[in-house]
Design a protein around this ligand. Structure first.
Ligand code: DC
Length: 225
């Protein structure tokens, strides 16, 4: 059996609290937090800005070959990772529901998945990371020592996302947010390559009635720290 890597993977549907939990767990373990969703969002943003035709695989590939996505740790431990595309900081521009929908669409393209999977594996080369996404336990890091699958009912996830957006002072169409979550779940789970799915050896946690710190404590128990 291949040797297990010093990596934690946390997969699950959108709005389940993966980012807060992954960031908190990474802080507790002294690991680096790898937000793979931010990479798909950055690529979606770049493709949109460059007006690339998503149906044209050669054009998408040319964009991917020329772009540079970088993730840097935030200034404060509770902030989102800083995301750069070709040197431009875009974190504030990609964390919108619309960019989430576009990232989901873009993430179904085989050339995009291939490129980002390779980048993510390179980022995890030295271990000691908490990787968060849809396929981190199944495809990106199948040899991770600890795998989790976080889940919660769509209505609960929509409620949390609505609270988050309101806290940022944004206008929220609550019915639309729930509809987007349900569509993204379906599209992410039904795509052919690397669909959203729990790895066979993942520990499942339902976060519907748990706070982020309670989820982190459960994970630390599984990890043995
Ligand atoms: O986690 P997020 O909401 O930032 O992710 C945005 C989209 O990116 C998500 O709907 C699907 C895609 N994604 C993916 O396909 N694989 C990953 N490992 C992470 C994200």
């Amino acid at each position: 059996m291949p040797e297990k890597l010093d990596i934690v993977t946390i997969d699950g549907p959108s709005g389940v609290g993966k980012s807060t939990v992954s960031r908190g767990l990474a802080n507790r373990l002294g690991f680096v937090y790898l937000d793979t969703g931010a990479m798909y969002r950055a690529v979606a943003y770049g493709l949109q800005q460059a007006a690339v035709d998503l149906e044209n695989e050669a054009e998408v590939k040319r964009f991917l070959d020329g772009m540079k996505v970088e993730l840097l740790p935030p200034g404060r431990p509770d902030d989102d990772v800083r995301v750069f595309l070709d040197g431009e900081e875009i974190g504030g521009l990609i964390r919108t529901p619309e960019m989430g929908m576009l990232a989901s669409r873009v993430s179904a393209l085989p050339v995009v998945r291939k490129k980002l999977t390779i980048l993510q594996q390179a980022m995890g080369r030295n271990g000691k990371i908490v990787a968060e996404g849809r396929d981190t336990g199944t495809v990106v890091f199948p040899q991770a020592a600890w795998k989790f699958y976080l889940d919660a009912a769509p209505e609960e996830r929509a409620r949390r996302r609505i609270d988050q957006l309101k806290a940022r002072g944004e206008q929220v169409d609550e019915v639309e947010i729930l509809a987007q979550i349900i569509k993204r779940d379906r599209d992410d789970s039904e795509r052919t390559i690397a669909p959203l799915k729990a790895a066979d050896d993942a520990v499942r946690i339902d976060s519907s009635r748990l706070s982020a710190s309670e989820v982190i404590e459960q994970m630390l128990e599984v990890i043995g720290r």
